[in-house]
Design a protein around this ligand. Structure first.
Ligand SMILES: Cc1ncc(COP(=O)(O)O)c(C=O)c1O
Length: 395
């Protein structure tokens, strides 16, 4: 076999999302775009805000000399300082530019953090249901994925965390607002996590890093605010991306912020800077570092996603599906009316409605529906969803 056997196996096991994407493409070719209702992807539909376009226009017109050259592996110093200033406002903390490492989206930031932290066999705890790519990111760097169940509301379960965080745990990844559940962890819930990690760290005698993956930090609804993870536990790295909040998914830009009170702050930052180079990123895209540095206060109009959430919740309600109302991100994670989520998602597919089975996120019995779509698509699918639910209930 010309390619790695392991990669070949990963590719066949991998990603329901990809599989649904392929099925969707086939159906669209067969029936036309408008007759297929694709809720399988979280590809941001809102265009970047005016601030991004303005920054781009200005940078292109008045390019400072050297803008496009190689730079420090952690990124441009001025861009990192602008982000540190924003973080100090947002988190009431004391970040300096050296705590900010620019990354190629959250995916790049997560890989950089894990590469810097893990030795072979080190364990990384993830909370189920979880963003499927974590499996591959942890494996990329020789780590072992350990799954912790969330509670019945998809919140962090301190008892479960107490059970799974062990002597080989090097990091815990959380994601709030959450993909796929839309759940936002409260301050109190995060404090419970902080208490478990502080206790486990001193029990096992080595640092455990909390990696807080927050690409949806600004995509929250009903006036809610995401609590700052830095206030609950010192050994924290926050991963931020502008894929969703500035609609820049294709530009691959984000950053990792190491807590200014992390016990191993300088060493971890040096390691993350070094691996940004050795993983082959070298540095995050130069032009977009400058763009996002100017747009830290900007965001896509989140109320548009909230309208789509409300509309889709009504559709699920009318169809008789059980779900909890998302507080952020742009996914719904209802229970499937039959235990076999893969079978149910295939029944939906017969009606040309695409969802991702919960099994793909480590939680069978659920499905993920993305509302990164138009109102017309949600309304267009309403009748079909109702029919499939009725049919499933009659099985
Ligand atoms: C929870 C989570 N983490 C990370 C990512 C990767 O985002 P990025 O485009 O910034 O690499 C995504 C993208 O969907 C995500 O949902």
């Amino acid at each position: 076999m010309p390619i790695s056997e392991k990669i070949a196996e990963d590719m066949t096991r991998a990603s329901w999302i990809r599989r649904m994407f392929e099925q969707g493409r086939r159906l669209k070719e067969e029936h036309g775009e408008k007759s297929v209702f694709d809720f399988s992807l979280g590809n941001p539909i809102l265009e970047p805000p005016e601030e991004v376009k303005e920054a781009l226009r200005d940078l292109v017109t008045n390019s400072p000399s050297g803008l496009h050259r190689y730079m420090a592996n952690a990124g441009d110093g001025n861009a990192r300082q602008a982000i540190a200033d924003y973080l100090n406002k947002e988190h009431k903390a004391d970040f300096s530019h050296s705590d900010v490492i620019m990354s190629t989206g959250a995916a790049g930031g997560l890989n950089v953090a894990l590469k810097a932290l893990l030795d072979p066999g080190d364990e990384v705890v993830v909370i189920m249901p979880f963003f499927t790519e974590y499996r591959f990111y942890v494996d990329n760097h020789g780590g072992k994925l350990v799954k912790a169940q969330s509670d019945e509301n998809f919140d962090l379960d301190p008892e479960e965390l107490d059970r799974v965080v062990g002597p080989r745990t090097k990091a815990v990844i959380i994601n709030s607002p959450n993909n796929p559940t839309g759940r936002l962890y409260s301050q109190e819930n995060l404090e419970q996590l902080g208490e478990v990690l502080t206790r486990k760290q001193s029990l096992h005698g080595h640092p455990i890093t909390l990696i807080s993956d927050e690409p949806y930090r600004k995509i929250v609804y009903d006036g809610l605010k995401v609590p700052s993870v830095f206030s609950v536990y010192p050994n924290t790295v926050m991963i931020v991306s502008h894929s969703k909040d500035l609609g820049l998914a294709g530009e691959r830009i984000g950053y990792a912020a190491v807590s200014p009170v992390h016990d191993d702050r300088a060493q971890l930052e040096s390691a993350m800077t070094f691996v940004t180079r050795t993983l082959g990123f070298v540095n995050a895209p130069a032009l977009f570092q400058q763009v996002v540095a100017r747009c830290q206060d900007a965001s896509v109009p989140v109320e548009r996603y909230q309208e789509l959430r409300d509309l889709f919740c009504d559709v699920l309600e009318n169809a008789g599906l059980e779900y909890s109302r998302p507080q952020g991100a742009f996914y719904l994670f209802p229970k499937t009316p039959i235990d076999d989520d893969v079978k149910f998602v295939n029944m939906m597919l017969q009606e040309r409605v695409l969802a991702v089975p919960g099994s793909g996120f480590g939680s069978p019995g659920y499905m993920r529906l993305s509302y990164c779509v138009t109102k017309e698509e949600i309304m267009g699918a309403a009748g079909a969803i109702e029919r499939v639910v009725q049919n499933a209930k009659n099985i």
